[in-house]
Design a protein around this ligand. Structure first.
Ligand code: RRO
Length: 298
């Protein structure tokens, strides 16, 4: 049973924020979802202080071995989340991580204080890496900004703070070190890679927002390298993600230094992917079909 930031988990496979709607899944699958929940912890879609409608369509575009999204953070806002979503997410049979994002420190503080005060919440993910909302870029791209944000938020809650790193930087290790210096408990990586597509039918950008973030198997080697880079520079536990669609993929992230592995795009293809990947990973780890040891990082 892995332990993560003091939280006991049944296994190392969780979901990537925004890739699995547990409230919708409960409506479709009923209580069967609770009996066989696909993840050992649940990470919510990122919420912001005020409600957001998100971007105009087209919001998703398929690419070779991947997809680009520019969803644009649609969410009910803090009050709507607390009133409507949190009671339902609290019924899930696993610890709850709430992902938050704001465009300034005061709003980030408001989110962390309000979410941190709730017993239903096990940990808070700080999304400093959304590539779709302009003001969200700045903090996660700058080590100094990341450290200052963590220093402002750290005193506001005793709950573990997980920093979701952006991959759109030259040196993700430097941002992870800054998060650690500011008092973060863990890092999660990668968020999506900044990407564009042109609709061949129009010759225009395929996504209404013009660009978006790439995810899926296409990004896995990049994500693995970034996990290795972060592992070699900081001591924080890592949630590794990026194109995981099998137990073998998950085992690669553990070999690269991740404590937990998150499933993202694969959830859209198969809402039971988390359960399958967990079983496959257990077979790999116990059956010795893939020799797992944390790699020499030189
Ligand atoms: O909502 C989004 O468009 C979005 C977010 Br908040 C994020 O963190 N990563 C992403 O690929 N899309």
């Amino acid at each position: 049973m892995p332990e993560f930031c003091g939280i006991e988990l049944e296994h190392p496979v969780i979901n990537a924020s925004g890739t699995y709607d547990a409230i919708a899944a409960r409506k479709v699958f009923g209580d069967a979802l609770l009996a066989d929940f696909p993840f050992s912890a649940f990470v919510s879609k990122t919420i912001t202080p005020e409600p957001r409608a998100g971007n105009e369509p087209q919001r998703i575009w398929e690419t070779p071995a991947g997809m680009i999204n520019s969803i644009g953070l649609p969410n009910k806002g803090l009050e709507g989340f607390l009133a409507e979503d949190l009671p339902q997410l609290a019924e899930l049979p696993v610890p709850l991580v709430v992902s938050v994002m704001a465009t300034n420190r005061e709003d980030f503080s408001r989110l962390v204080q309000a979410i941190g005060a709730r017993d239903e919440v096990a940990a808070i993910e700080l999304n400093v890496s959304c590539p779709n909302v302009h003001s969200g870029l700045i903090v996660g791209e700058q080590p100094s900004e990341t450290e200052a944000l963590l220093e402002a938020l750290r005193p506001l809650t005793e709950k573990p703070l997980i920093v979701k790193l952006t991959p759109n930087v030259a040196d993700p290790g430097a941002v992870a070190v800054a998060a650690e210096a500011g008092g973060a408990d863990a890092v999660a990586l990668i968020n999506t890679l900044k990407a564009s597509a042109i609709d061949p039918a129009t010759g225009q950008p395929a996504l209404a927002a013009g660009h978006g973030g790439l995810s899926g198997p296409a990004v896995r080697p990049i994500a693995l390298q970034q996990v290795r880079a972060v592992k070699s520079t900081c001591e924080l536990p890592i949630i590794g993600m990026g194109g995981v669609s099998s137990g073998a993929d998950a085992a690669e992230f553990i070999a690269a230094g991740a404590t937990l592995v998150a499933v993202g795009s694969e959830n859209f293809r198969d809402p039971q992917a988390g359960s399958r990947i967990t079983k496959e990973l257990e077979t790999k780890l116990s059956g010795g079909t893939l020799p797992i040891q944390v790699l020499d990082l030189q």
